[in-house]
Design a protein around this ligand. Structure first.
Ligand code: C5P
Length: 203
């Protein structure tokens, strides 16, 4: 079974995808981490994340980089959002993600284009969202030293870049179920996500 989980930053998609993977005993891939690794590698190499050739030259991701805590911070998210707009970068990461999705037994993948591009044939697709205010508050709780207004501005800029780019923009697949987690605890959102997947696979 392939489960595709897409949505904007801090919507809860990562936690939901991990919980679904544990529930169904499936491997999980956080595809955002791949783009974060390319973004950070591009910056560290002195390249310009907005230049396609610079970013495309940093797509051979080394496993050690994927465990680097720096990949988790907001700056890495912003770099990821800049390199991910380049078709050459998306093409370089495509086969790895598609192979992961198609492995025997299935998988759970989360990102921005899983249900639309990487696994359009997924058995269940969820599009997770939440209001920008709630998403910024969640990030602020994780990093209270950062300024709430700056976090909200970063989230809105990332939403705009991810949704308006021409290569695999963030959008809900036609056959995806929408789950708005704005007023939900993570436990309630996970229960709802499981119910939506169950309803899909029974159809
Ligand atoms: O999910 P996460 O916030 O880690 O993703 C970081 C950035 O990577 C996103 O803002 C988006 O620009 C990019 N991304 C993407 N396609 C994916 C996953 C992430 O373009 N499948």
């Amino acid at each position: 079974m392939i489960i595709a989980v897409d949505g904007p930053a801090a919507s809860g998609k990562g936690s939901i995808a991990r919980a679904l993977a544990a529930h169904y005993g499936l491997p999980h891939l956080d595809t955002g981490l791949l783009y974060r690794a390319v973004g950070v590698a591009t910056a560290r190499s002195g390249g310009d994340p907005d230049q396609e050739a610079d970013a495309a030259a940093c797509c051979c991701i080394d496993d050690a980089l994927l465990t680097d805590p720096e990949l988790r911070n907001e700056a890495a998210g912003a770099l990821a959002s800049r390199v991910s707009q380049h078709p050459a970068v998306r093409a370089a990461l495509f086969a790895y993600q598609q192979d992961f999705a198609r492995q025997k037994g299935g998988a759970v993948l989360d990102g921005r284009d899983i249900g639309t591009v990487i696994a359009p044939d997924a058995d269940a697709k969820l599009f997770i969202t939440a209001s920008s205010d709630v998403r910024a508050k969640r990030r602020h709780l994780e990093d209270s030293h950062a300024d709430y207004t700056d976090i909200l501005a970063d989230i809105l800029a990332r939403d705009a870049r991810d949704s308006e780019r021409s290569a695999a923009p963030l959008r809900q697949a036609e056959d995806a179920d929408l789950l708005d987690t704005s007023d939900m605890t993570i436990a309630a959102a996970v229960q709802r996500a499981i119910a939506l997947v169950e309803a899909r696979i029974r159809r």
